[in-house]
Design a protein around this ligand. Structure first.
Ligand SMILES: [Ca+2]
Length: 484
């Protein structure tokens, strides 16, 4: 009997691979968690706070490209945009793309994708790697969204985040097939992407609350004195706060910033409720003992910083994302991580938690596993001290140029490609709002040159300088509005 024990232990461990749930929010700012010191005072996200309190808050999480489709592709491939080649929001993924859920599926996991896919506008059909598929075309809508469920379209009524949560809980409860197999769920919400539409029960919840406008929002000489010219110019387009979402014509009045801000917060609150329903089910069913739940955003979002609205650029509010992990059996409550974690790190991390090796002859991950930082098994090991960021100019939204950036804990250097304009250099410790561009300050000339050299050495070695130019596609929102 005694001799059999190791075999039994192995079998037991083998059957207890952790379940994995990734909850992906759209355009959710890193600081819009009510437990974050910079959150608006009135914002309530009790369930995200609960994840942070009972799990880990990774306080320096970033994307390597701040745009929906490229970032989603990075999360699912573990690769930079220049490797997976989903370079804008207009095109489907290349045919040979490999997503990490495929590897989990091969290793015996039951896998589901529920929610917004948005890599290619026109196709809601099931993609490989998932046993169960619930999605819709492109951006989808906040209400009455028809869902493609495993190849068949089903009309839905009500708030899309609620319906997607219903779908997720039903799958967890009864539809995931072999209950002894571990599972992986990718649950991607439309919330909180524009046009911010809260659930009807939340509409107006924050109306009239005091908004703390960012320091860099005003169209003042002080704010733009040292900045590249394109930054001020962006105010006069669809992604500037003076003309946001005015479409192809210079409509008047411009939508109210305050109204958009309140609706954004109310939409975040509804998203938080959905997260709470998933966590409640996991706790009630006992699944949370062996399930790793990650919550993150696909990119950041400006609400007035630098006069911006939207994302894409390399400033902090564009590239930072919220990242929380709730995994009672694996991650200690109250864990706080300050190290820089990237969207390309998710796939290798989840595979390591699952004990699944990436199959041979599959594309290399650019990211690295942060499992040892989360579970404390190697928190003293060396970790990255900088990140690389890339964004390619988009025909549809031309205000933001092609750019490359390198960010350390102390400095950020931003190179703008193809512009007769200044580049950017910011001291993040003395100037966290990135208002003072140091690019022309002689005392920082050596720092600037060193970061530029490092940026281009690493981009070139990785193959990132081979920028694809593709035929323009989709609606151009080129209009440059009049200053107001
Ligand atoms: Ca997004």
């Amino acid at each position: 009997m005694f001799r059999l024990l190791p075999i039994l232990v192995c079998a037991a461990l083998g059957s207890e691979k952790p379940n994995l749930i990734v909850i992906l929010a759209d355009d959710h700012r890193y600081d819009f968690l009510s437990c974050h010191p910079d959150a608006p005072d009135f914002l309530e996200t009790p369930n995200l706070d609960r994840m942070a309190r009972n799990g880990a808050h990774l306080r320096n999480a970033f994307v390597t490209t701040s745009l929906c489709s490229p970032s989603r592709a990075s999360i699912l491939t573990g690769q930079y945009m220049h490797h997976h080649r989903v370079v804008d929001n207009q095109r489907a993924v290349p045919k040979d793309t490999r997503f990490y859920p495929e590897y989990l599926q091969t290793a015996g996991y039951r896998t589901a994708m529920i929610g917004k896919w948005h890599m290619g506008h026109d196709n809601d059909e099931p993609r490989k790697g998932f046993h169960h598929w619930v999605s819709f075309q492109g951006q989808g809508s906040y209400y009455d969204q028809t869902l493609n469920i495993n190849g068949e379209r089903h009309e839905q009524e009500g708030y899309t985040a609620d319906r997607l949560t219903d779908q997720a809980i039903t799958w967890l409860k009864s539809d995931r097939g072999d209950k002894d197999a571990p599972f992986m769920l990718h649950l991607a919400f439309k919330s909180v992407h524009y046009p911010f539409q809260p659930a009807k029960r939340h509409h107006g919840r924050y109306q009239g609350e005091k908004i703390d406008y960012p320091e860099t929002m005003a169209n003042s000489e002080e704010n733009y004195a040292t900045q590249s010219r394109w930054i001020r110019e962006r105010r006069y387009g669809i992604h500037g706060i003076d003309h946001m979402e005015t479409g192809a014509f210079d409509k008047d009045p411009v939508p109210s910033f305050d109204e958009l801000y309140w609706r954004f917060c109310e939409t975040v609150h509804g998203l938080d409720e959905s997260v709470g329903r998933v966590l409640d089910y996991l706790d009630e069913s006992g699944l949370s003992k062996n399930t790793i739940v990650l919550f993150l955003g696909d990119n950041g979002f400006h609400l007035g910083e630098h006069g911006f609205y939207d994302k894409r650029d390399a400033f902090e509010h564009s590239i930072r994302v919220p990242l929380l992990v709730y995994a009672p059996g694996h991650v200690k409550a109250g864990t706080r991580l300050e190290k820089m974690i990237l969207n390309i790190d998710l796939a290798p991390t989840l595979l390591e938690f699952a004990g699944v090796e990436k199959p041979v002859n599959t594309p290399a991950f650019d990211g690295r596993s942060f499992k040892h930082l989360l579970d404390g098994s190697g928190s003293d090991k060396p970790w990255r001290d900088h990140l690389l960021y890339e964004y390619h100019w988009e025909w549809n939204f031309p205000a933001t140029p092609t750019l490359f950036a390198i960010r350390t804990d102390h400095y950020k250097y931003i190179y703008y490609h193809g512009l007769w304009d200044k580049n950017g250099l910011y001291d993040l410790q003395t100037d966290p709002h990135e208002r003072h561009n140091l690019i022309d300050v002689p005392a920082f000339a050596k720092k600037k040159e060193a970061l530029k050299k490092q940026l281009f050495t690493e981009l070139e070695a990785s193959g990132a300088l081979d920028i694809p130019i593709r035929p323009p596609k989709g609606e151009p929102l080129h209009d440059r509005k009049l200053p107001r």
